[in-house]
Write a protein that binds this ligand. Structure first.
Ligand SMILES: Nc1ncnc2c1ncn2[C@@H]1O[C@H](COP(=O)(O)OP(=O)(O)OP(=O)(O)O)[C@@H](O)[C@H]1O
Length: 193
């Protein structure tokens, strides 16, 4: 679909946990506050005070959520603390309709799921300089137990193997020096190089 302009095509950012996706995206959003839009997730949890349906979340019943799962309406969904959360294909299209670029920070399954949709997305993979550096960053972040760290490193191996397959992503950025990686991300997002 070459007719969709670059500015409207969703960008899927993936990469192992701890590789620096959030760090890079925070900088991107801070530098370009008007460019990007965020997809509104669905959830089965009850709204908290002040939360607005369709703004903070699309608040839906478990029945509605289940039917959306059956109809393959979600890019990804998960259960946390007995509630379901998901990102729908339509929520990404809503962002495009507002003339904003939607960035999806999702895992390998999410990448494969987006590829099955008609979203015409672009895919960028953020790779660590090495698995050793990845481990150091995860330890340095101080958010992981030893068990969760090992799980993340195991998952990282699978993600790196997938990323090596030709055509898996449009662009691979090695996040070694942060400023260099950030520049490469901007080049890809705004100039598709
Ligand atoms: N280029 C870099 N050089 C050194 N440290 C970095 C670099 N990029 C990110 N970091 C650090 O590595 C750690 C992990 O980064 P971050 O939390 O952004 O990863 P992430 O990919 O978003 O992880 P997750 O998927 O678990 O949310 C953070 O402490 C961050 O400050």
């Amino acid at each position: 679909m070459a007719t969709t302009s670059l500015a409207k095509r969703p960008v899927v950012v993936s990469g192992p946990s701890g590789t620096g996706k959030s760090t890079l995206l925070q900088r991107l959003f801070a530098n370009h506050p008007q460019t990007f839009g965020f997809s509104v997730s669905h959830t089965t949890r009850t709204p908290r005070a002040g939360e607005v349906d369709g703004v903070n979340y699309h608040f839906v019943t478990r029945e509605k959520f289940s039917s959306m799962v059956t109809q393959h309406e979600f890019i990804e969904w998960a259960e946390f603390s007995k509630n379901f959360y998901g990102t729908s294909i339509q929520a990404v299209k809503d962002v495009m309709q507002q003339d904003k670029m939607c960035i999806l920070d999702i895992d390998m399954q999410g990448v494969q799921s987006v590829k099955k949709t008609d979203l015409n997305a672009r895919f960028v993979f953020i790779a660590p300089p090495s698995t050793q550096v990845l481990e150091e960053r995860l330890r340095g972040r101080g958010t992981e137990t030893e068990a969760s760290l090992q799980l993340r490193l195991e998952t990282a191996q699978k993600e790196l193997a997938y990323a090596e397959q030709p055509g898996a992503h449009d662009k691979i950025i090695v996040n070694d020096d942060l400023d260099t990686a950030y520049q490469q991300l901007e080049d890809f997002i705004f100039r598709n190089v």
